[in-house]
Structure formats: C-alpha cells, structure tokens
Design a protein around this ligand. Structure first.
Ligand code: NDP
Length: 327
C-alpha cells in the first residue's frame, strides 16, 4: 500500500524536504498503525525543517512532531482499531517518522485517545502548542495562582502557545494581558479573551533586576530579556511558566525575584511529559477550551505548503495555529 508523505533529507549541512510516495515497508517499527488525518506546524517544526536546530536526528525522516488520526492496526493493549488518537512529540519527527504523512506506525506509548468533544482536526488545531499552553495553565494552578490574584501576562501572544493560552485563561476567569509585537492584531487577541494588549517592546529590552509588581502569573513563550523582565515584575508568590525561546534561549536575570518575592519559575516541557500529565492536559483541554475560539486561531494548509511555512513561523509571521490536512 502506498501513501504520500514529506521526507527530509540532508546533503552536507543542507536540509531539503519534498513530497514523496512511500510504501508500508518504509515505515519504522511500532505496535500501532494510524491512518493520519491531520498534522500541524509548530515553532519546533520550523526549527526542524529549516535546520536552525538539530531537531531531526535521523535522515531521511518524515518530519512533523504532531499527528492525529484513526487506528488502522494495533497490538498495543487498550488501543483498538477505529480509535481516534493524537500523538504529541516524544520521538516524532526527531528520531522516528513524524506527522507529515498519510500513514504512521509508532509506539502505542506515545498515543492519547482523543476526548469525544474533539475532531482529529481540532486535535491538530491544538497540537503541541495548545497542549503546552494547557501545561502552563496547570502549572499556574499548581502554584496557587487563582483568578483573584491579579493579571496574567501572555508573551508571544499571536503565536500558537500564546493564542491558546489567552483563550484558556480568559475562559477560566483570569484577566489576561497579551504582549505582542503585532499591535495591529489587537482585535484578534481581544476576541480570544485578552483584556489588555501591550507592546512587547516594553518587555524585550534589558531591564531592572526587580521592578514594580504587575503580574500574578505569566505564560512566557519567548525567553531572553522578556522572561527576565516578567520575572522582575511578578508579584509576591507569583508563578512564571517558561516554555519557549522565540526571542532567545538566554535568561539575563538575577535571583532577586526569587529571594525577595518568592516568585516561582516553572519550567514546562511537553516533549517527554509523562503519560499521566498528557492525559490530564487533554482532559482539561476538553473541558476548558472553547472550540469557537480554537477555530478562530486556525487555518488549514496542505502537505506541500509546509516547507514554505517553516521559515515564516521562525520569523514570527504566522498567527495562531496552522493545521496540515495530509490527505
Ligand atoms: P509561534 O511562532 O506560533 O509563536 C511565537 C510568538 O512569539 C510569535 O508569534 C511572536 O508573537 C513572538 N515572537 C517571535 N519572535 C519574537 C522575538 N524575536 N521577540 C519576542 N517575541 C517574538 O510559536 P509557538 O507558539 O508554536 O511556540 C512558541 C515557543 O514555545 C517556541 O519557542 C517553541 O519552541 C516553544 N515551545 C516549547 C514547548 C515545550 O515543550 N517547552 C512546546 C511548544 C512550543 P507576537 O507577534 O504576538 O509578538
């Protein structure tokens, strides 16, 4: 049986990705075979396809860190033919064939059964970015940040993590302040639930080690000076969740927010999150995410569009979430 997929190859230091036709025998080992409906383009996929970071570790490889679809064959306990499933990260698109394909074979350990409220398209509109936004929300809650504590700042607001974090937090009753470099997109951010929109330039330059207390909590997907300034502006016993590096992977901060204000810096990793954490995140997404807002953040493209979108997402030119219809 043949199927279509994107395949990334490496010549010297240069990566190239093209549409190919593969056979079942080209798939890697795994106890579940999935007829893939959708994948998505995350920031990490942008880094993988452009080669900006060595995300892809085996060549040639089908890239794509996310997929959703229907189980076609399974010898994995608890996963049956016909189950609708989602896979986020693990080795997908890094060491194992990823999501930009019509067919995938992978470990059942990597799969989450999709909550009934979500279509396979919704699952990829959420994708790693949306599931990570929920991990940030869970970390804020874990740190005791309730809506009455004050404002939550979401950086990288127009991005995938940012957009879904705004939607989730505002519907949970938090007052959300969106930090963006695209002030012309303020209407979009307000429709998602932002109560206030600020220019990211107010956070992105070198700042003071400690500053006026503004935030009860934060979802930061940009790192660098922005994260340092957010920490410096966080209220006593506030929680800052750090999941991204869109501005940079440096953290030019001091210990003062931690030792003077008892601020918590909560690290967020979606790639190797244990299955129990994933199940909690997906079940909370099913409960808390407004599907109308999700649809507002999403556009759909085809497999052949992906290589063109990869550099655009790194350049901060993509808004919200991009779903890839692989069929
Ligand atoms: P997007 O590209 O969709 O969003 C990133 C946003 O950051 C942009 O839309 C832009 O928002 C802002 N931004 C871009 N460049 C800069 C810059 N130079 N300085 C300040 N802000 C900038 O990416 P995702 O939402 O998919 O991912 C966001 C980050 O989170 C990435 O770094 C990604 O690697 C990371 N991530 C980490 C995960 C984890 O497991 N820890 C999982 C998922 C993502 P605006 O235009 O509104 O300013």
């Amino acid at each position: 049986m043949s199927f279509k997929a994107l395949l990334t190859t490496k010549q010297g230091e240069t990566l190239a990705t093209s549409l190919v036709t593969l056979e079942d025998d080209d798939l890697m080992a795994g106890d579940v075979t999935v007829a893939v409906d959708y994948s998505t383009v995350n920031y990490k996929d942008g880094m993988a396809l452009t080669g900006r970071s060595p995300i892809i570790q085996v060549f040639p490889l089908i890239p794509g860190v996310d997929l959703s679809g229907t189980v076609e064959a399974s010898s994995y306990p608890g996963i049956e033919v016909g189950d609708r499933v989602v896979a986020n990260s693990w080795g997908l698109g890094q060491t194992h064939h990823g999501g930009y394909t019509q067919k995938a074979r992978l470990s059942g350990d990597w799969l989450v059964k999709l909550p009934d409220v979500f279509s396979t398209k919704d699952a990829m509109a959420i994708g790693t970015a949306g599931y990570t936004a929920m991990l940030c929300v869970l970390a804020l809650e874990h740190g005791g940040v309730t809506p009455d504590r004050g404002d939550i700042v979401v950086t990288g607001a127009n991005g995938g993590v940012g957009s879904i974090a705004i939607a989730l937090l505002s519907d949970l009753g938090y007052r959300v302040v969106a930090s963006t470099g695209r002030l012309d997109q303020s209407d979009y951010l307000r429709e998602l639930g932002a109560a206030e929109v600020i220019d990211r330039a107010t956070l992105s330059g070198p700042g003071k080690p400690i500053a006026v207390e503004r935030w009860a909590g934060a979802v930061d997907s940009v790192g660098s000076h922005t994260l340092a300034n957010v920490l410096a502006q966080t209220q006593y016993r506030g929680v800052v969740t750090a999941c991204g590096l869109a501005q940079g992977l440096d953290l030019p901060a001091t210990v003062l927010p931690f030792i003077l204000r008892n601020v918590t810096l909560a690290g967020i990793d979606s790639v190797n999150a244990p299955q129990a954490v994933r199940l909690e995140a997906w079940s909370r997404l099913a409960r808390d995410l407004d599907l109308a807002k999700l649809a507002r953040t999403t556009k759909v493209v085809g497999l052949t569009d992906v290589p063109e979108i990869a550099p655009q997402i790194l350049a901060g030119q993509v808004q919200g979430r991009t779903v890839v219809d692989v069929n």
